[in-house]
Ligand binder design. Structure first.
Ligand code: SME
Length: 150
């Protein structure tokens, strides 16, 4: 996957930002529509002072998991580890929260503002093992771009 052509589109969405919510939603829609193996794209953010994540804008099927405690699932683990988490095969994970039986793999990249992990971008894929280091670098670019708005 060549991500370079998407970077300027992400930057324009950020520069033309109306509201943060609308911009994040546009980014989710762009990634889901442009990258064939991105089947669900969403942002989670720390919910106030609570040790939990709250679902923000997303593109894809609605999920019941609008609140995820820190430490639970792939998302909750990234909230405490501050590290990217690439899951080639969700069936191999014990600490995983299933959103859909179609999902085969997942990638979660934390979003830092002033060095603090305040949320993350979460991608689910219906393909097994589709993510490479290029996805990580691209999603880090997306998170760093979004951080400028927050
Ligand atoms: N699978 C995630 C839960 C969020 S859904 O993918 C939208 C997890 O294990 O944290």
């Amino acid at each position: 996957m060549d991500f370079e052509h998407l970077k300027p589109q992400i930057s324009s969405l950020i520069e033309d930002s109306s509201t943060i919510e609308a911009t994040l939603l546009d980014i989710c829609k762009l990634l889901k529509s442009e990258i064939s193996y991105y089947d669900w794209v969403g942002f989670y953010f720390k919910n106030g002072n609570k040790d939990e994540l709250k679902l923000g804008p997303y593109a894809g099927a609605p999920t019941d998991h609008t609140i995820i405690p820190f430490g639970k699932g792939i998302c909750g683990q990234v909230a405490v580890s501050n590290q990217n988490f690439v899951v080639p095969d969700v069936k191999a994970q014990d600490n995983y929260i299933a959103c859909s039986i179609n999902v085969k793999s997942e990638i979660v990249v934390p979003l830092f503002v002033d060095g603090k992990n305040i949320g993350q971008i979460d991608i689910d894929s219906n393909t097994t093992d589709p993510f490479t280091a290029a996805d990580e670098r691209f999603l880090e670019f997306v998170c760093n771009s979004v951080a400028r708005l927050l």
